[in-house]
Design a protein around this ligand. Structure first.
Ligand code: ATP
Length: 137
C-alpha cells in the first residue's frame, strides 16, 4: 500500500517541533490523507501499544504517550511505510542517521519525537484506530 500512519509524540509537541516536522514530511513528498491533534488516555495508549505489553518499557511508554497532546496523521507516498521509516531514522536518536527527524528532534530512546508504522497491515490498523472513513481524504 502507499499509506502509512504517524504520530508526533508528546516530547516533540512540547518542544515546539510540530510545525518543522510537518513541514519536513510535506517537503519529502508525503500527502496528508488525514490529520488531527488529540490526547490519548492511558487506556487508549495501552491499547495502541498492546503489542509491546510484555516489554519492560511498556509502562513507561504508555505513561509518556498519554502525558500530553499528540498529532496523529495518515500519510500517502509511494512505498510509504519504508520511505517514512527512513525519514524518521532509528528508534534510538543516538543511533539515527544525520538529517533524520529523530536525529534532529527526538529527546531519547523513549521520547523519540515520532511514530511510524512498521508494516502496511499495521499502517491500516493504526490509521483506523484514530480516523473514520469519512475523515480520510
Ligand atoms: P514506533 O513504533 O514508535 O515507530 P519503533 O518501531 O522504532 O517505534 P519499537 O521497538 O516498535 O520502535 O518501540 C515502540 C516505541 O517504544 C519506541 O518508539 C519508543 O518510544 C519506545 N521504546 C522502545 N524501546 C524502548 C526502550 N528500551 N526503553 C524505553 N522506550 C522504548
Amino acid at each position: 500500500s502507499n499509506r502509512t500512519f504517524t504520530m508526533i509524540k508528546p516530547d516533540a509537541m512540547k518542544n515546539g517541533h510540530a510545525g518543522a516536522i510537518l513541514d519536513r514530511i510535506i517537503k519529502e513528498g508525503f500527502r496528508i490523507v488525514a490529520l488531527k491533534q488529540t490526547k490519548l488516555s492511558a487506556e487508549k495508549a495501552g491499547e495502541f501499544y498492546a503489542v509491546h505489553s510484555a516489554r519492560p518499557f511498556y509502562g513507561e511508554l504508555v505513561e509518556f504517550m498519554s502525558s500530553g497532546i499528540i498529532i496523529a496523521a495518515i500519510l500517502e507516498k509511494e512505498n510509504a511505510v519504508a520511505s517514512f521509516r527512513t525519514l524518521i531514522g532509528a528508534t534510538d536518536p543516538a543511533k539515527a542517521d544525520e538529517g533524520t527527524i529523530r536525529k534532529m528532534y527526538a529527546t531519547s530512546l523513549g521520547e523519540n519525537a515520532v511514530h511510524g508504522s512498521d508494516s502496511d497491515e499495521n499502517a491500516e490498523i493504526e490509521g483506523n484506530f484514530f480516523f473514520s472513513g469519512l475523515e480520510k481524504f
